[in-house]
Structure formats: C-alpha cells, structure tokens
Ligand binder design. Structure first.
Ligand code: ADP
Length: 453
C-alpha cells in the first residue's frame, strides 16, 4: 500500500468501501426478504386453514360431511386436507411427496422434510356439531416460496464482480479528476526545476476549493521569488558594471606607476601585488557580468566561423609560462583546422578556464594533455591533468557558482573565485554542447566536451 500513488490508494479505499456497503446492503435485503417471504407463506397457510372452516358442515339429510369443492384446489400454493379425529384422510390431501405420518399438532406452525423438499405444515382441530372433531391440515412448499429469494441471491453473486469493477473504475475516474490540479502543480514545479524558469505559473482556473487556494498561494509565492531573484540578478549586473571602471583605473595607474618607478624603488613590490589583485578582481567582475547576462538571457552569442584548433593552440601557448613555473609540460593532440560556428571570445574563455585549472590543480613536474578532434558533424575535446583530482562526491558540484572543492588545496594567489567552471558549463550549453568530468583524487582529472557543428 505504501508504494501506491495517492490516486490508487484513494481508489482502492473507495472501491473497498463501496463493495463493503453493497455487500452489507445485500445481506440486509436478503435476510429481510427471506423473513418476509417466510412470514407471508405462514400467513397464507394459516388464513387458508381458518377460512376453510366455513366450508365444512354436517349434512343431516345425507348423514355425511358437506365440503365445498373449492377445498380440493391448490390455491395460492396451499394444499388443504380434512382428516377425521384419528388422522384418517376424508377430503383433499397433501402433495404427492409430502411425508406420511406427520403427527397432528393443533395451531403449531412447523416444517416437515421429505428428501429434497421442505414443507410448512399447519393443523387446526375443528369440532363439527353432529359429526365430532376433524383435523384441517394446510401444507405449503418451502422451496417454491424461496425460489424467488434464491434467484435474487444467485443474481447478486454474478453481479457482485461487475459491481466491484464498476466501483474501482468509477472511483479511479473520480479521483483522477479530483487530482488533476495536483498533476498540474507537479508539472509546473517540474518545468521550473528542469529549466530554471521562474516565470512558470500553475494558473489553475475556476473554483475556490482547497487545491485552487493552494495553487493560487503557490503562484503568488513564485511571483515574489521571481521578483526577488530578478532584483538580485540586476544588482549583480549593476554592481559588476559599476566596478569595472574603478578597477581598470587602478590597473592602468599601477602599470603606469610601475613603468616609472625605479627597479629597486620603494613600494614597487606593493604596487605589483595591488596590480595582481586588481587584475584578479577584473577577471572576477567580468565573469560575474557575463554570468548575470547569461541568466537574464541578454548574453548574445556572436557566432562566426572559428578555427578552434588555432584558438586552442594560442591558449596553450599563453599558458605555457604559468605551466613552466610548476615544471608542467603541456602536450597537445589537436587536429588542425577544425572549423565551427561559435563565439570566439567565449570559446577562448572555455579553453583558458579549463587549461588554467589543469595547471593550477596539476602536479608539480607533471603533464597536461589538451586534445581536440572532429568527426562527421561532431567536435570533441578534452583537457587532462595528473594533479590532485576531485573527490567523487564533489564531482557534480564543481559546476556550481562559487563552489570550490577545498580552499586549502591551493595557494590564495593561484586560486580563482569558483566561477570558472560554471562559466565553462554555460558556454558549452549555449553552443548546444555537453561537458563532463572524470577524476580520481591523487591521480588527476579529465574534462571532456562535445559539440555538434
Ligand atoms: P576556481 O576559480 O576556484 O578554479 P572553478 O569553477 O574553475 O573555480 O573550479 C571549481 C573547483 O573545481 C575548484 O575550486 C577546484 O577545486 C576544482 N577543480 C577545477 N578544475 C580542477 C582540476 N583540473 N583538478 C582538480 N580540481 C579541479
């Protein structure tokens, strides 16, 4: 029962209760019916026996009993018989298979059984002036009277399974209808979580019941969350935009000052640190700006025919200096002249982020391998290192914004802000591609991506 959906559970309960009620109703109807039939047969029997008294009298002239012919007829299912005081049959009688020797008992309704048949028997003793006592016996078949009753019983046995199916199907349809708003809510929630689209609403129409109220509250809540979310995105975009100018002023002023300060001049080292940090901040701000543009759908791709192979070679060359500082050798397996319709700046950012990470998190004196190949309509690439790797349980989270596996793994200077891979992920999906990572702590990581051209 636990694993069944609510719809199925409600249906099962509904069908079960309906059947129980039907069974109860049937039992009540059958037992009341049976009692009614029995009492009506008894009444008929008694009535016929008593009413026959008027038809029996002593005929003085003939010196015999005068009995009306009507008594010979089986009327209303009742046989009548007149017996003398010793039980000897005088007129009429009982049905052929009525058992012989049933003792006379005055005014006592009872049953007598003969093999297959059951009979109701009712005797009355009657005193006839001039003749003496006679017995009047009424006999009625029990099985005849109960025939109608057993027909109803067997009919309901046949009808019962149909009723069960009807109750289950009807119950299911009613619950499905009642639960339609819930399915609508689930679909909306799924669409929101699947596509991150907070503009979706349930929009349940008509009605004022509990589910409608729930859907309305849910929609109002979504409205508030969306407004809040939009505000936050706008704030990030505005803040990043406003920060760009002062940062570029700091960078240019630092560069100017460094050009004019003497080689061993006082404060040169401090200036260099300021310049380094300002550049880092500039990178962070431009990444934030790009991600907030991507969120609001304002990041337009400037698609053109890009030579990905050349682009990748350039990035590798640029990263060689940083790699050599860690004695890392970068090997390339780049198939020449792979062309793809893409945004060149974004693609460059993708290679920079992946290769920089491979160097930062690579092993001192190790290797980084960069591969790019194309076949049919697909372009495949990978960036592999033999560095510290990523624990299995964190592999899925490295794409999250500001997520960093373990800050103590790298020095403050080389580390980014945890935005690099979320940007990579966005760039890949904006170009309709896919990216994944395989990694083993202590052995290295491999990021592999794929695009269709
Ligand atoms: P960051 O700017 O901190 O490098 P990223 O988004 O580029 O942020 O990466 C997120 C986290 O994923 C990093 O903090 C790092 O711990 C982990 N990571 C990324 N690339 C690698 C790699 N090649 N090897 C090991 N860990 C990596």
């Amino acid at each position: 029962m636990k694993r069944l959906s609510i719809k199925m559970r409600v249906t099962a309960w509904y069908a079960g209760i309906m059947l129980l009620l039907a069974a109860l109703a049937l039992v009540v109807v059958l037992s009341a019916g049976s009692r009614y039939i029995q009492s009506s047969v008894r009444n008929r029997l008694e009535e016929r026996v008593v009413s026959s008294f008027r038809e029996i009298e002593w005929d003085e002239d003939d010196g015999a009993l005068d009995i009306d012919d009507d008594l010979y007829q089986v009327w209303n299912g009742v046989w009548l018989g007149i017996y003398d005081g010793h039980g000897y049959p005088l007129y009429g009688g009982a049905p052929g298979d009525f058992p012989a020797g049933v003792v006379f008992e005055n005014e006592h309704m009872r049953t007598a059984r003969d093999g297959e048949n059951d009979w109701y028997v009712y005797d009355r003793s009657l005193y006839i002036p001039g003749y003496g006592s006679v017995w009047v016996r009424g006999v009625a078949s029990q099985s005849d009277s109960e025939e109608a009753f057993s027909t109803i019983f067997y009919l309901s046995l046949v009808l019962f399974p149909f009723m069960a199916i009807l109750a289950a199907v009807g119950g299911y349809m009613i619950t499905r209808r009642a639960f339609r708003p819930v399915s609508q809510m689930t679909d909306t929630a799924r669409r929101i979580s699947g596509g991150n689209d907070l503009s979706q609403r349930i929009g349940l129409e008509g009605g004022d019941d509990e589910l409608y109220q729930l859907a309305k509250t849910f929609d109002e809540m979504l409205e508030r969350i969306q407004t809040q979310f939009e505000k936050e995105k706008q704030f990030t975009a505005d803040a990043s935009h406003e920060l760009r100018t002062p940062i570029s002023v700091i960078i240019s002023r630092c560069e100017y000052a460094l050009e004019h300060i003497e080689e061993d001049g006082e404060g040169r080292e401090s200036l260099q640190i300021v310049l380094e940090q300002a550049r880092k901040m500039a990178r962070l701000v431009s990444q934030l700006l790009m991600l907030s543009r991507a969120d609001s759908g304002r990041a337009q791709l400037q698609l053109e025919n890009v030579n990905l192979s050349e682009l990748c070679e350039i990035v590798v060359l640029e990263q060689e200096k940083a790699a050599s500082e860690k004695k890392i050798t970068i090997e390339t397996r780049i198939q020449p002249d792979i062309l793809m319709k893409a945004d060149e700046t974004m693609m460059m950012r993708l290679f920079i982020n992946l290769i920089t990470n491979a160097v930062i998190y690579g092993r001192e004196g190790g290797h980084v391998e960069v591969g790019l190949s194309s076949s049919d309509q697909r372009v495949k690439g990978y960036v592999k290192d033999d560095g510290i790797g990523i624990p299995k349980d964190q592999l899925g989270r490295v794409w999250d914004r500001f997520y960093q596996v373990n800050k103590s793994r790298t020095s403050e200077n080389s580390r980014g802000a945890g935005l690099g891979l979320s940007m990579v992920k966005w760039i890949v999906s904006a170009h309709g591609g896919s990216i994944d990572v395989e990694s083993c702590p202590g052995e290295g990581s491999c990021f592999f991506f794929e695009f269709s051209r």
